[in-house]
Ligand binder design. Structure first.
Ligand code: IVH
Length: 582
């Protein structure tokens, strides 16, 4: 075997081990620890490697038919197959679905019944002579598993139906509420067991437990009534009536449903649902659009995988797998150390990401994160990507060790009492000064346009800019500015012009620009309301007159103000600033 082939087969072996572990957790322990999307991505990665190098290891799960191992539940054949749904997060495909439906039916307009797409697992309840008799999973769509041992775990099912004689099947989605999922994970954490990946996997694991040992609560949303009569399959004539009937029978029908008459109305519904998503008690991953009138179902028919009368329009996936290349240590203005994971670039919700926040060292320790680990990345509030899970590749269980010294000034980093945060104690740390200067020039401060942190850094390094007052001395240093790499005549002129303009900002902006903690624009304006300029303010500081106004802003803010003005270095800067008529 060549060196490359050996390396590749080692890498494949690691992926196989991971997939096997996840399969075992899912199928035997009922404790799936990763999201299905992450399982699928890893499975695909293995498949891609196999194709690229034309090498398949004998134990590869890609070679197993139905790679997930089956357990011993009684199989039940579905009288009517439980199909899946055609799904996408691409609007054009939704448009195509609508076009196809209308074309096939020869109609220009159609009523759709839109529902939430519950992130659970579909199941079928059997009512025999009006009595709840069993629950069957979807399985492969044709044959499911009888998981009735777990019926008592489902909280919101009517035990009886008003119709006694027929066999009636109710289909819907089994799910776990977010709160219950949290409760369960807290319990697992206390017992130092692996945590469950998400509510969907937790529900799947719970429903497929052979011998239930732990109280776990599940719920059910109903969306379909089927009768096992030869002459009639559907109980009602349209989906709207079906949901209403389900509610009358004591089921919780899939909530927030709505009739939509056009694609525009569907888009509006989708947007509304998207905004509601985080506040719902359960997880959803999109909406389901169903032709409302059942009369059309036969004409539309099914493919062998899904019906042509329904379509799932999903939210774009918000998690993705990547790998940590490095952990960067950054010193903030206050001296607190922040940690940022540099990851192999991946695309998530339409943007390319190469960094993820790690908050503080306590967070890194909790994740047990090390360089080289695989990580699950999620967009928090759809803005800053965060590491939410770590996947150890080689069984090693190490955690990254933080630096002991400040990367900027080499001072020994201090820890807070709980050993969660590190902090650079050096008040004159270059990095802290650069960040303070950047805040001074920023929009929240003096709004010196066109001055980036990178320019400030360069000016700081050549001693042209050490304190905020130095901005106002740059005019006399034009020739030195022109020597700086990347600064042309035009940009120097623009820079000096913006600095001049900033002098016209109201006085309170200068106070905000100092970056006194808790003192934003509104409070700064209040603090200086009786003082037209820096001179009068500094006099008030000397006479202790500022304190009563500070108190009005709250005790914590007051403390910060006093703390700031007590430092001789700060007073020196402000006195120096007075020379520029502030
Ligand atoms: S209707 C013939 N309605 O989504 C299929 N499915 O991705 C009829 N799902 O297997 C399914 N919420 O498990 C329907 N309101 C809803 C749903 C829903 C979630 C699931 C269902 C299905 C999967 C397809």
């Amino acid at each position: 075997m060549t060196v490359v082939a050996k390396e590749i087969s080692q890498q494949m072996q690691k992926l196989i081990q991971l997939l096997e572990k996840w399969n075992y957790e899912y199928n035997f322990l009922n404790q799936p620890t990763v999201d299905d999307k992450i399982y699928d991505q890893t499975f695909q990665e293995l498949k891609d490697l196999e194709e690229k190098y034309n090498l398949v290891l004998p134990n590869s799960p890609t070679q197993k038919v139905g790679s997930k191992i089956k357990k011993k539940f009684h199989p039940v054949a579905h009288q009517i197959p439980m199909l899946s749904l055609e799904s996408t997060d691409n609007y054009e495909e939704l448009v195509r679905f609508d076009e196809k439906v209308k074309k096939k039916l020869g109609l220009n307009e159609i009523d759709y019944l839109c529902e939430l797409k519950i992130d659970g697992l579909s199941a079928s309840l059997h009512y025999q002579n009006g009595k709840l008799s069993k629950i069957v999973t979807r399985g492969d769509g044709w044959t499911g598993e009888d998981v009735s041992v777990n019926l008592p775990l489902i909280q919101n099912l009517p035990k009886n139906l008003p119709e006694k004689t027929k066999i009636i099947e109710i289909r819907g989605e089994i799910y776990m509420k977010k709160e219950e999922f949290q409760r369960l994970n807290n319990e697992l954490k206390k017992r130092k067991l692996s945590l469950l990946a998400n509510p969907r996997n937790a529900a799947a694991g719970t429903l497929r437990t052979l011998i239930p040992t732990q109280q776990r609560n599940l719920n059910f949303f109903a969306y379909q009534i089927l009768r096992h009569d030869n002459d009639k399959v559907n109980e009602t004539s349209n989906q709207l009536n079906c949901l209403e009937k389900l509610a009358n029978w004591g089921f919780e029908p899939s909530p927030y449903y709505r009739i939509c008459h056009s694609l525009e109305e569907i888009q509006k519904y989708f947007q509304e649902v998207k905004e509601k998503r985080d506040n719902l008690e359960f997880e959803i991953d999109g909406i389901v659009i169903k032709v409302n009138n059942y009369e059309y179902y036969e004409k539309l028919g099914n493919t062998n995988r899904f019906p042509r009368w329904a379509f799932a329009y999903k939210f774009p996936a918000s998690i993705v797998l990547s790998e940590v290349k490095d952990i960067q240590v950054e010193i903030t203005r206050s001296g607190r150390v922040s940690y940022v994971a540099q990851i192999i670039p991946v695309s998530l919700l339409g943007s390319q990401i190469s960094k993820a926040t790690l908050h503080n060292y306590g967070f890194i320790q909790q994740l047990n994160l090390a360089i080289g680990d695989r990580v699950v990345i999620k967009k928090a509030g759809d803005i800053i990507p965060q590491v939410v899970q770590v996947i150890k590749m080689n069984g090693q269980n190490t955690c990254w060790i933080p630096p002991t010294n400040c990367p900027s000034c080499s001072a020994l980093l201090a820890w807070n009492q709980e050993q969660i945060y590190q902090h650079c104690p050096n008040e004159d740390c270059p990095e802290r000064n650069i960040k303070s200067l950047a805040l001074f020039a920023s929009k929240q401060g003096m709004d010196i346009k066109g001055v980036s942190e990178a320019i400030i850094r360069k000016l700081y390094q050549v001693n042209l800019l050490k304190t905020p007052t130095d901005f106002y001395r740059l005019e006399q240093k034009k020739s030195e500015l022109l020597k700086i790499e990347g600064l042309q005549k035009k940009s120097v002129n623009n820079l000096l012009n913006s600095i001049e303009q900033s002098k016209k900002k109201p006085f309170f902006c200068l106070i905000t620009a100092l970056g006194i903690p808790l003192l934003g624009g509104v409070k700064s304006r209040k603090l200086v309301s009786n003082y037209p300029n820096l001179g009068s303010l500094l006099q008030a500081v000397e006479k202790n007159e500022l304190e009563p106004i500070g108190k009005l802003l709250g005790t914590e803010t007051q403390k910060e103000i006093t703390h700031y003005f007590q430092k001789p270095k700060n007073l020196e800067i402000l006195k120096d600033m007075e020379k520029f008529n502030f």
